[in-house]
Design a protein around this ligand. Structure first.
Ligand SMILES: Cc1ncc(COP(=O)(O)O)c(C=O)c1O
Length: 504
């Protein structure tokens, strides 16, 4: 029997226990005749006084849900659920606000909801998103390949397909990964609906509520949402210019037993940092020593603008500890939702079963499209085109920042990826800066979205791939104005509970 109690909650423990049991009786998990555990046993399991359990059972008895008999213990009674309305009363609207504990845990931060709202406005310059340039989407090639595929494959291009992914694509993905130094068998490739789904499947199979997961801080905010939704206990490890501080991780591993380490070693989202080779090796050595699997989220691998590539963790792994995630979202087409996950075969089977329950399989059409794209050798030349374009946009953003030097703003110059990570003075409340940015009609990703706990410094993430060159220049100028305005507002302290909603 699974009972959850929260000692930090204002609800008395006996009421929490009664509430848990009430739910299990109402849901049928404890049917008529089911015997509740003896008070002493349950008290010992939960680490509470016997009188607390007695009080909980007394509540259930008063509700008519259970009865206690000497010799038989406390037993669930037959349930009769009274209708909540009457036959003559009109239908009452259902209250969809009765959300479950799990969905409450995955509620997005208010600042993210505000941000999404803001970014959806046409006149707002979107420096907040994580999308490729719309002008680089290969529209003509998609049309041409699509038509050819329909002519050649007919209905197969649109019917259901295997959960693990169509066999030709698993092969061509394995060949693509070989160019990243990754040796894998097509049977170790699971095609996913974006790499976001890859992480979601891993958490479904691996994470139980309360499990510890190590994440970088800052990290990809979508991953935080997935892991929080799984009720994992997130333990952050700071990131510096060389990626995750593995020295801090080492110290932590002496005290905690994580189920998983989630890392973005190459052009980290949001900081742009890359894990140095030395740290990559150290990270793997720690994983082996403490026997913790690693998820390597590697969407930005191909988008390097300077310097030599670093080996992926998966290519350095000799003992099957690394689960490798990637997708076509940043380089080719995000809307097609095709990603891939490389995992050892027995684990891949569990992931595929989880995927079957979620969406049966990823888009058949998209998979055939990507397979054709890869087999016709279009990946490398396309990567070259986008790399040149993004390298130029990155330069434009750096020049725009250097030109207008917004008050107190400093920024990184990452060698690749999609983002610049900027720091601004702590005396400016992030909500106020976002509100000012909304007035100036420019959006960015607030740094706090990427933190497990309250950040000590203020950051914001700027994307340079999606906006046009003109938008980048204008957006940076508007951001400068927003920071200036926030700085001269009378009360710009970080004030808990007095957030200003962006005006949108
Ligand atoms: C690090 C990281 N992982 C995963 C994702 C999700 O990507 P996909 O579109 O492949 O689901 C993103 C998107 O921004 C990302 O930055």
């Amino acid at each position: 029997m699974q009972l959850r109690i929260d000692r930090a909650s204002a609800t008395p423990l006996f009421q929490q226990i009664a509430g848990n049991l009430r739910e299990q009786i109402a849901s049928g998990l404890m049917p008529e005749g089911h015997r509740l555990p003896p008070e002493r046993t349950l008290a010992r399991e939960l680490g509470v006084n016997r009188s607390t359990v007695l009080a909980a059972y007394a509540e259930l008895k008063a509700d008519g849900l259970v009865d206690a008999h000497v010799g038989r213990g406390t037993v669930v009674l037959p349930q009769r659920f009274a209708p909540r309305g009457t036959t003559s009363s009109p239908a009452q609207p259902f209250s969809w606000r009765q959300i479950s504990r799990r969905s409450a845990a995955s509620e997005p931060l208010p600042i993210i909801r505000d941000l999404l709202e803001l970014a959806s406005h046409q006149d707002v310059i979107p420096l907040s998103v994580g999308m490729p340039a719309p002008e680089l989407l290969p529209l003509d090639a998609v049309r041409e390949i699509g038509e050819r595929m329909l002519a050649e494959r007919g209905a197969t291009a649109l019917l259901h397909s295997p959960t693990e992914g169509i066999a030709p694509l698993r092969e061509s993905v394995a060949a693509l990964l070989a160019s990243r130094g990754i040796e894998c068998d097509p049977a170790e490739v699971l095609v996913t609906t974006g790499s976001q789904q890859g992480l979601d499947l891993v958490r479904r199979v691996l994470i139980d509520p309360g499990d510890v997961v190590v994440v970088e801080q800052p990290t990809f905010f979508g991953a935080l949402e997935i892991l929080r939704g799984a009720e994992a206990r997130l333990v952050p490890v700071p990131v510096d210019a060389d990626g995750m501080r593995v020295d801090v991780l080492e110290e932590l591993l002496g005290r905690i037993r994580p189920k998983l380490i989630y890392t973005l070693p190459t052009f980290q989202n949001p900081s742009g940092a890359s894990l140095s080779l030395e740290r990559r090796k150290k990270l793997l050595a720690l994983a082996y020593r403490y026997q913790v699997p690693i998820v390597e989220d590697d969407l930005y691998y191909d988008l390097r603008y300077h310097g030599a590539p670093l080996p992926t963790l998966r290519s350095l792994d000799r003992a099957g500890y690394v689960l490798y995630l990637s997708s076509i979202s940043k380089v080719l087409v995000p809307g097609m939702r095709v990603g891939f996950l490389v995992a050892p075969r027995p684990f891949l089977r569990s992931l595929a079963l989880a995927k079957q329950a979620v969406d049966l399989h990823s888009t058949t059409f998209g998979q055939w499209f990507l397979d054709t794209w890869l087999r016709e050798g279009r990946w490398a030349p396309h990567v070259e085109t986008v790399r040149q374009a993004y390298s130029a946009k990155r330069r434009i953003m750096l020049e725009a920042l250097a030109k207008c030097r917004p008050a107190g703003l400093t920024w990184t110059e990452p060698a690749g990826g999609f983002y610049l990570w900027c720091r601004y003075p702590t005396r400016l409340a992030p909500s106020k800066v976002l509100a000012r940015a909304a007035r100036e009609r420019v959006s960015f990703l607030p740094g706090e979205a990427c933190y497990v706990d309250e950040p000590v410094e203020n950051h914001l993430r700027l994307n340079f791939t999606f906006p046009s060159a003109r938008q980048i220049r204008q957006g940076v100028e508007r951001l400068g104005k927003a920071l200036q305005a926030a700085a001269v507002e009378p009360d710009s302290r970080r004030a808990a509970g007095s957030e200003t909603r962006p005006i949108i």
